[in-house]
Design a binder for this molecule. Structure first.
Ligand code: NAD
Length: 414
């Protein structure tokens, strides 16, 4: 089998690797010629795909910007971005242009699958008409399905192979054909009856996380006021073996998915005269968190008789999650902006993010950062960073991730 993958980012490239490992030939397409050029010589831009992994897959992979190469594949998986535009509405531009390009080379017998996260109705209402401009009919001449990508970059306990794959085709035959493609790389395929169910299942998963993170974030702001240790509360509640699921507070929600995807549904729901209030409320609470973080840093400085203006503040972790260098929507960026607006002298340490050009900052060595700071704040707790050392050296510092909570507890109990 030959598979074409359109969009070689966090989703598309690992998918290409899985197919290649399974003995499937892959044509990987991207509009970014620089990415294609570096992949072709074995340089990966995705942490989850080390160069050594890429090297073993390369003999089965063709990376190119030439969409015409898709003519020879059996299935085409579209994995392009689905961001929000300036008005926080779905920006389907990349999906539509990728689909148009595919329509230009589509041939009878091919299976097309959209993997990009989107609102229910996208596959049927947007992809079908564009693909049918080829003169071929969806569900008759070619098969079409939606199958959401559920990978969590940086995660090793659940992989593409071990995470069940939802597949919803336009027809039963479409579901069956698309499922057969994924059976090469996934242990379990979960068929659903329509693309809309598959589209909404993915959004439900992300909305569930967003709402629960907001709930625990709100709780953390309350416990801060009440003088209760939120981590102890969460640890205690988590001992319940049923009916409770652990979520942890943090500096806000980052990444490409959680701050964005739920609003795809909000937008779609308006067409049905329906307000998705949980989504809006969760977005509002999570968006407040960087302000709450800055307030905690201000308090830490205040306790040391220092103003924010002119103080040297060391942030630990700039990316939005541990173990990856992804800066998209990272709350650290909002925190830096807020602190700078108050006149702070901000520096950061992040082994995964060498520089933040928009702020003119480069990651400092941990020892230098500690030596030269009035206070530190753990924003994202990357593995391998000695956070306890930071807390010992700068005891008034704040930890938004709870990694050093045992140290605070030990002090409190003395
Ligand atoms: N990153 C994640 O953790 C994750 C998880 C699950 C689902 N998703 C969803 O998967 C989709 C892709 O996300 P991502 O994180 O891989 O994005 P990404 O930005 O990392 O990669 C997308 C790639 O598509 C390319 N591209 C854009 N337009 C194109 C076009 N018209 N033709 C060919 N290539 C094009 C870009 O150059 C880029 O390399 C999104 O809908 C996202 O919501 C992402």
């Amino acid at each position: 089998m030959n598979v074409g993958i359109v969009g070689l980012g966090y989703v598309g490239l690992p998918l290409a690797m899985e197919f290649a490992d399974a003995g499937v030939n892959v044509v990987g397409i991207d509009v970014d010629a620089a990415k294609v050029a570096s992949l072709t010589v074995g340089r990966s831009h995705i942490e989850d795909v080390p160069d050594a992994r890429l090297a073993t897959a390369l003999p089965r992979c063709t990376f190119t910007t030439r969409i015409a190469e898709l003519e020879r594949v059996d299935a085409i998986l579209i994995c392009v971005p689905t961001p929000l535009n300036a008005n926080r509405e779905p920006e389907l531009g990349p999906v539509l242009s990728a689909t148009r390009a595919v329509a230009g080379v589509l041939r009878a017998g091919q299976t097309i699958v959209l993997e990009s996260t989107t609102f229910p109705g996208t596959t049927r209402e947007y992809l079908v008409p564009l693909l049918e401009e080829s003169g071929l009919r969806a569900g008759v001449d070619f098969q079409l399905a939606f199958s959401p990508e559920r990978v969590d970059p940086g995660r090793t306990d659940y992989t593409i192979r071990t995470t069940p794959k939802i597949v919803g085709g336009l027809t039963e035959a479409c579901t069956a054909r698309a499922s057969a493609v994924y059976e090469h790389i996934c242990e379990q395929v979960v068929p659903v009856s329509t693309p809309e169910s598959a589209e909404l299942a993915k959004l439900l998963e992300n909305i569930f996380r967003s709402v629960n993170i907001a709930l625990v974030n709100e709780m953390s702001m309350l416990t801060d006021r009440m003088g209760i240790d939120i981590w102890e509360v969460i640890d205690a509640a988590s001992t319940k073996p049923f009916g409770f699921m652990r979520f942890e507070p943090g500096p806000g929600m980052g990444g490409h998915c959680l701050p964005v995807d739920p609003f795809y549904l909000t937008w779609r729901a308006r067409e049905f005269d329906f307000a998705t209030e949980f989504i809006e409320l969760a977005g509002k609470v999570n968006a407040q968190m960087p302000y709450f973080c800055v307030e905690q840093i201000e308090r830490a400085l205040n306790d040391a008789y220092k103003p924010v203006r002119g103080s040297k503040i060391l942030l630990l972790g700039a990316s939005y999650k541990p173990g990856v260098g992804d800066l998209r929507g990272s709350p650290a960026l909002a925190i830096i902006e807020l602190l700078r607006a108050r006149g702070a002298d901000v520096r950061y340490h992040d082994p995964y993010v060498a520089e933040l050009p928009s702020f003119g900052l480069r990651s400092v060595e941990l020892a230098d950062g500690i030596q030269d700071a009035d206070v530190a704040a753990i924003v994202t707790a990357h593995p391998g960073v000695d956070h306890e050392r930071v807390m010992r050296a700068l005891p008034g510092s704040v930890d938004f991730r709870g990694t050093t909570r045992h140290m605070k507890r030990a002090v409190a109990q003395h």
